[in-house]
Design a protein. Structure first.
Length: 192
């Protein structure tokens, strides 16, 4: 027992002796070691609002982002979205299924261990309403998306964060002429 106590006290003393060196230790992002490629997985909760319908549709929206840093604060991204939202439970059972592709630009405000960001993109979204018996319709739309979030560095390659976005969709057919979705997600990002 006295040996363990001595070892513990010695460890504590060495730890305290290293205290002045703590100010020299950097936990901040080194801009000389900027990793240009990013890949993110952002599973989250989504709400889909369809024009002409009285209720919103809750669901799961998953995103995959592939990005490349073109400057210290700017990234070009390709975002892939897959979503499944409940249908109108009073009228019919079924799901609204969405798949989209969104080229985007991301601006990061800080280049430190914490990085708030905003993004803007214009892309394509495929939406279909599936019922239990058959697919009712499929439509393609223009997707305009904007959002923001914050990332925290865990280790040099791994970042964790949150993102939220809003996106109106514009359709050109009779089934759905416009819709709007909101997405909130937890993000895991790898930088290499």
């Amino acid at each position: 027992m006295p040996q363990r106590l001595t070892a513990l006290l010695l460890t504590l003393l060495l730890w305290l002796a290293a205290w002045p060196a703590w100010g020299q230790a950097s936990i901040y992002f080194d801009e000389d070691d900027r990793r240009p490629w990013k890949i993110s997985l952002a599973p989250g909760y989504g709400l889909l609002f369809v024009a002409g319908e009285k209720q919103e549709h809750h669901g799961f929206a998953n995103r995959l982002h592939l990005g490349y840093g073109v400057a210290p604060h700017w990234d070009l991204e390709l975002r892939v979205q897959l979503g499944a939202y409940e249908g109108d439970s009073e009228a019919e059972d079924g799901l609204y299924l969405q798949m989209g592709l969104l080229p985007a630009v991301r601006y990061t405000f800080l280049t430190d261990w914490v990085q708030p960001f905003v993004y803007f993109g214009l892309g394509w979204m495929r939406t279909e309403l599936d019922r239990e018996i058959k697919r009712v319709y499929t439509t393609h739309s223009l997707l305009l998306a904007a959002g923001g979030g914050i990332m925290f560095r865990v280790i040099p390659l791994v970042w964790l964060g949150m993102e939220t976005s809003i996106a109106p969709q514009f359709f050109g057919n009779d089934e759905i002429n416009a819709s709007f979705f909101y997405h909130a997600a937890f993000m895991v990002e790898l930088r290499f």
